[in-house]
Design a protein around this ligand. Structure first.
Ligand SMILES: NC(=O)C1=CN([C@@H]2O[C@H](COP(=O)(O)OP(=O)(O)OC[C@H]3O[C@@H](n4cnc5c(N)ncnc54)[C@H](OP(=O)(O)O)[C@@H]3O)[C@@H](O)[C@H]2O)[C@@H](O)CC1
Ligand SMILES: [K+]
Length: 487
């Protein structure tokens, strides 16, 4: 499991750890890890001795880390120049260390083109403008430097965070530095796991500075990995029959969108339930493709017992949502089922409800513009979970799963791929996730395991080429096998 902690939690832990250690030890640990990673990158492109390294240095400790790491590289023969964005406020000890090691210093802004000249010739740039203390994106002075960095051929290493991203939310206000590699300290922060910031961070490495021992046991965010998912997968036992493995009811499709029914059933057949009961007008299309499905014209209340319902994909105006919500089993609501969803009705349910909106649907539920959800995904998913008293899976570039119990970490799906942005892939996900619910997983686990397998399936089906939703459905078995081999 990968976990991420908020800035406030990190600061508290850092104070506790600092009290136990001599002054400056944490920064030296950070700088040593940073310098070692930079030296590795330089060696891969040539060698450290004689390499041209530029440090972008802000006014805080993030700049201090960069300066001390720069001093270590200078001692190994690199030509290191620090560009000070807040001359007079740069970390004193770091500056002294750098000049003691033979590093140079230039100021920005300045009357000369020196900062831009050194950037144009750099092999490696260390971004130490801001870390967890940065607010409000890059300031105007820093923007031309960031652009010069992006135009150069240098490898860009961000200290702790790419400067300009918001650590706690993953938001990017205006412009931010784009890094090839980000070295963070002690723990990941939300921005390392959530888009758009995650994308700016490049490959993220974690430097152990001893913070783990003082961080609280429950993180703000967590990302499951293969072994975690393997432990959660439902596995049939000797006593299992199709009913004991769980029956999932799929209320999807309409005369206009019969394909959504087929795709949701494709997902449901691969999610661990023992049987899939399809309810709606697209029974013929479903049976033609998946003869093992039990079909019923509806309404859901008359279709027979299930252990979980999936309602919404391609439903149009067809009824069924109310019936499913009135049941006493877990319900997953997706797509058309989310339209006009009544928060009071959802809150009053005794069994779990799992809502699976994309950004547009989430925006409609929250009555805010879509861009607001896209730029602040973590806030949006938490707000929806609180408002509906439901588990919410917010689909998108980084899929997030929030539980209505705010003490539980929000789950971030690490297996996403841009190839998943294809028509019908959400229908496969809702069927799959509903099937996991019917097989006995809780809503939070079903949502995060569903998103994980769905992303893996898309990756394995795509392998760098476009995929259809049907391909994703067909590759779910491969993803399941791939994960369960870790158990
Ligand atoms: N936590 C840990 O365990 C450890 C933390 N360590 C390191 O410390 C870092 C945190 O250091 P920090 O607290 O000094 O904050 P930091 O990110 O350098 O920035 C704050 C400064 O920037 C300024 N400023 C604000 N916004 C700005 C903007 N948009 N654009 C430009 N400037 C802006 C603001 O001053 P202002 O100009 O607003 O007066 C303030 O002076 C952390 O990320 C990690 O690298 C490691 O050494 C070891 C262990
Ligand atoms: K930085």
């Amino acid at each position: 499991m990968r976990t991420a902690y908020s800035v406030e939690t990190v600061r508290t832990a850092e104070r506790e750890l600092m009290d136990r250690l001599p002054d400056g030890v944490l920064m030296q640990r950070a700088a040593a890890g940073l310098a070692a990673a930079c030296a590795d990158l330089l060696r891969r492109r040539g060698r450290v001795y004689g390499a041209r390294v530029v440090l972008l240095v802000g006014s805080g400790d993030n700049g201090g880390d960069a300066l001390y790491a720069g001093a270590r590289l200078a001692r190994r023969g690199a030509g290191v120049t620090a560009v000070l964005l807040a001359a007079g406020r740069a970390h004193e000890g770091g500056l002294a260390a750098l000049s003691g090691a033979g590093g140079r210093v230039v100021e920005h802004p300045s009357d000369t083109s020196a900062p831009f000249d050194v950037l144009a010739a750099a092999d490696l740039v260390v971004d130490g403008i801001t870390g967890i203390g940065g607010r409000g994106g890059l300031r105007p002075d820093a923007v031309p430097l960031a652009r010069a960095v992006h135009e150069s051929d240098a490898v860009v290493v961000a200290v702790d965070l790419p400067s300009g991203v918001e650590a706690d939310s993953g938001e990017v206000v205006g412009e931010a530095l784009r890094a090839d590699v980000t070295l963070t300290f002690g723990t990941y922060k939300p921005a390392h796991l959530i888009d758009p910031a995650r994308e700016y961070a490049g490959a993220v490495g974690l430097v152990d500075i001893g913070l783990g021992a003082v961080l609280p046991p429950v993180a703000e965010l967590e990302a499951l990995q293969h072994a975690d998912v393997a432990r959660l997968l439902p596995v049939p036992t000797g006593e299992s029959d199709k009913y004991r493995r769980g029956v999932v009811g799929v209320v999807a499709g309409s005369a206009r969108y019969p394909g959504a029914a087929v795709l949701a059933v494709a997902g449901a057949l691969h999610g661990g339930a023992g049987a899939v009961r399809y309810v709606g007008p697209a029974g013929d299309a479903v049976i033609a493709r998946f003869p093992e499905t039990l079909v019923h014209a509806g309404p859901p209340a008359k279709a027979g017992r299930v252990q979980a319902w999936v309602v919404g994909p391609g439903l149009g105006e067809e009824p069924g949502v109310r019936d499913a919500l009135a049941s006493d089993v877990p319900v997953l609501v997706d797509a058309d089922g989310l339209r006009g969803l009544n928060a009071k009705v959802v809150r009053a349910r005794k069994a779990p409800t799992l809502l699976t909106p994309h950004a547009g649907e989430a925006a409609a539920l929250l009555e805010v513009p879509r861009e607001e959800v896209e730029s602040a995904r973590l806030t949006a998913v938490r707000e929806l979970a609180a408002r509906y008293g439901a588990t919410v899976l917010l689909k998108g570039s980084t899929t997030l799963v929030a539980d209505p119990d705010t003490a539980l970490p929000v789950r971030v799906n690490p297996t996403g791929t841009p190839w998943l942005a294809t028509a019908g892939s959400g229908d496969v996900l809702s069927g799959l996730t509903g099937s996991l619910l019917a097989a006995g997983l809780g809503a939070r686990d079903a949502g995060s395991v569903g998103a994980y397998l769905h992303g893996l399936a898309a990756r394995s089906a795509a392998r760098g080429a476009p995929v259809s939703a049907e391909d994703v459905g067909a590759a779910l078995r491969v993803a399941w096998r791939d994960v369960s081999e870790e158990a």
